[in-house]
Design a protein around this ligand. Structure first.
Ligand SMILES: [Zn+2]
Length: 301
């Protein structure tokens, strides 16, 4: 199993279909799991995908439409039933506080787990851990919607041949890393920058500044493409994207792996989303998401 991967739990917008459950996505990031937009049926999709309640450390909800949040009731109760031993933090638009609380306490159950409510009320950083910084940026939808972006800190890779050329070895390597220079040799001379991985989750929105900010330089971008390009009027009116719009934004942002999802039930041929994304000029890796698919985050460059 890849240490960093996206587990797709559902891919339908508004109405589930025979083949597509409502939304739900678990991002595995080393030892952590982030659950995005649990729609109705997420608990059962987790079972089918091999995701346990214990795998969830953080829940991120973009907005309070049912296809992105009705699963909260079941998932939160399951976290409690399974007595998940670690704290779980939930992020969601602050304007939907009452929706979150209603879903959290929609029926009776024994509450045993500390779920920290961390509502989002402005663009910016939500959390910093050793593995990533999580931030949110506002999107454009009829109800308040925030996209999420996860950025791993940059690091440096030591270059063995350069170290050898300067005669630096053993404990001196650690000293150089800590102090930045050793006997006139700087860290920059014997190492190179290794850019951290970047992931973004963009859903539901029409084209807006937030889409571009979130997508910038992402190794993986999971983005809604509810509509095909011929229905761009509908997309704009209802606050959604077409396959071509999502793909063009991803290409401009330099995205390496684009994952399209949140499809309208009106379309029967998923390949058309791929064709339109390619026609819009997207050159990276492309996945038209399907339920229960696992998509590895591309290796660090
Ligand atoms: Zn939706």
């Amino acid at each position: 199993m890849s240490a960093r991967e996206l587990v797709v739990l559902g891919t339908a917008s508004q109405v589930p279909t025979r083949r597509r459950n409502h939304n739900g996505y678990l991002l595995r990031w080393d030892a952590e799991g982030l659950l995005f937009d649990p729609g109705e049926g997420t608990q059962r999709q987790m079972l089918r995908a091999g995701v346990a309640a214990h795998d969830i450390d953080r829940i991120c909800v973009t907005h309070f439409h049912g296809d992105h949040s009705l699963g909260l009731a079941g998932v939160i109760q399951r976290i409690n039933l399974d007595q998940v031993p670690h704290p779980v933090t939930a992020h969601y638009p602050a304007s939907g506080q009452h929706f979150f609380e209603r879903l959290r306490y929609s029926t009776a159950y024994r509450e045993s787990v500390d779920i920290a409510q961390a509502p989002v009320s402005a663009d910016g950083i939500l959390a910093t851990t050793p593995g990533y910084t999580l931030s949110a940026h506002k999107l454009s939808h009829p109800v308040e919607s925030y996209g999420y972006r996860l950025v791993e800190p940059d690091s440096r890779r030591m270059l063995p041949e350069k170290l050898a050329a300067h005669g630096i070895k053993g404990p001196d390597v650690g000293r150089l890393q800590r102090e930045g220079s050793l006997n006139g040799v700087t860290l920059a001379e014997v190492s190179e920058e290794r850019r951290g991985q970047r992931f973004a989750f963009v859903m539901d929105t029409r084209l807006c500044e937030g889409v571009h900010v979130l997508a910038e330089g992402c190794d993986m971008l999971v983005i809604e493409s509810t509509f095909l390009d011929e229905d761009v009027r509908l997309a704009t009116d209802h606050g959604h994207l077409t396959a071509g719009q999502a793909a063009k934004a991803a290409q401009e942002a330099g995205v390496r792996h684009l994952v399209l999802t949140h499809f309208s039930q009106r379309y029967s041929d998923p390949e058309e989303f791929e064709r339109q994304a390619r026609a819009a000029g997207f050159e990276g890796e492309l996945t038209v998401a399907d339920d229960l698919m696992r998509v590895p985050v591309p290796k660090r460059v």
